[in-house]
Design a protein around this ligand. Structure first.
Ligand code: ATP
Ligand code: MG
Length: 367
């Protein structure tokens, strides 16, 4: 196995640039997720790696093996790339048993009967489906069919595993378990994996790194923690989790740098941000990092991290409450385990919970 490298990949459909100059590397054994909204070019990128769709330009290689290179006219057919591909609709052949489904890719590769049954047994053991080898697809649950589809891919020992929304047909609970199980399997086998999803929870939970895509481009590529905690721009902040994005202006107050909002209230910012007093900015605040207290409770926090507002709506989510709070000339979504009535409230926002962007642009860096 080796590193998968995609460089300057472009795919045009008529006037539509579905993939626009995309470059990334996937290290050996790494789990990389392409994450983004519908139509952002995830599947097109994956199909280009698998060789199902010729890109317009760029280069794709696995170690020394060049899959595609528009400069030299190389386009390796899919069967010579040894990529294991699992789609959203992981259609199993209905007239074949689990065992026959898994053996089929090996038959195509002209592997001997004895070797075939050995490999099939090994792959079914990996997905914990050995005991159901004789069943037919219609006798299996969605999650079990999912596992067979994966076994059918693992059976020929692919160099790279390419998964396009493979869990989206499962219900929420099953999906949660399949996610844990799949990540465990990927780590155990050490398979270089490119995973496609529009589900940010799935991406955060499973990936070593995430490439966030928008409009055919990669807008940020980093670890889940850094993508969530330090989004590169407003799009990422908004797409990953539910951030409160609120307009403000930069306020220099003595030594401190604050965000000044439409209603005149101010909040301390985490670091000394570069930019002049009055600069138009956008602040992103995570709902779970905001704390609400009744206004008459003594405020232990520094006033620079406290503002006032009004709870206008509360909804019960089971383990916690979701609040809609009017403040800062805007609406703030807050999640809290505390049960508070509608009406006036004190809002505590630690400085480190705020990420600051230039209005309409990239994250502002410390000066
Ligand atoms: N065969 C095609 N002909 C024309 N346009 C296409 C074709 N396939 C895809 N596109 C366009 O290319 C863009 C990217 O499509 P792609 O399937 O890669 O999106 P995606 O990120 O996988 O979205 P989803 O999450 O909905 O699956 C879209 O705007 C889509 O409409
Ligand atoms: Mg897709």
């Amino acid at each position: 196995m080796a590193e998968l490298e995609v460089s300057s990949l472009c795919r045009k459909y008529g006037d539509v640039l579905a993939v626009d100059n995309v470059s990334f590397k996937v290290h050996e054994g790494e789990f990389l997720t392409l994450l983004g909204p519908s139509g952002c070019g995830k599947s097109t990128t994956l199909a280009a790696i698998a060789g199902l769709e010729p890109p317009t330009s760029g280069r794709i290689s696995l170690g020394a093996s060049v899959y595609f290179d528009s400069a030299t006219g190389i386009h390796l057919p899919p069967e010579r790339r040894n990529c294991g591909l699992v789609f959203q609709s992981y259609a199993l052949w209905p007239h074949m048993s689990v065992e026959q489904n898994c053996a089929f890719p090996l038959k195509l590769r002209k592997i001997s009967r004895q070797m075939r049954s050995e490999r099939v047994r090994e792959a079914l053991a990996l997905v914990e489906m050995e005991h159901l080898a004789d069943r037919y697809p219609h006798q299996l649950s969605g999650g079990q069919q999912q596992r067979v589809a994966l076994a059918r891919t693992l059976v020929f020992r692919p160099d790279v595993l390419l998964l396009d929304e493979p869990l989206s047909n499962l219900d929420a609970k099953l999906r949660d378990r399949a996610r844990t199980w799949l990540k465990h399997l990927q780590t155990k086998v050490g398979l270089t994996t490119v995973y496609v999803t529009h589900d940010q929870v799935e991406a955060l939970a499973m990936s070593d790194r995430i490439a966030v895509m928008n409009g055919g481009r990669i807008v940020q590529i980093d670890t889940p923690k850094r993508i969530y905690g330090s989004p590169a721009n407003q799009f990422v902040a908004d797409f990953i989790g539910t951030s409160n994005l609120i307009n403000a202006s930069l306020a220099r107050v003595g030594q401190a740098t604050m965000a000044r909002y439409a209603d005149g209230q101010q909040l301390a910012l985490p670091a000394d941000i570069s930019g002049n007093d009055g600069l138009a900015i956008m602040t992103a605040i995570r709902p779970e990092s905001i704390r609400l207290t009744q206004r008459d409770i003594p405020l232990e926090a520094s006033p620079a991290t406290r503002i006032l507002g009004r709870i206008v709506e509360q909804s019960y989510l089971g383990a916690r409450y979701s609040y809609t709070v009017e403040t800062l000339g805007s609406i703030l979504r807050v999640e809290s385990t505390e049960d508070l009535p509608n009406g006036d409230v004190a809002i505590h926002v630690p400085a480190e919970a705020i990420v600051t962007f230039a209005a309409g642009g990239a994250q502002l860096q410390p000066a």
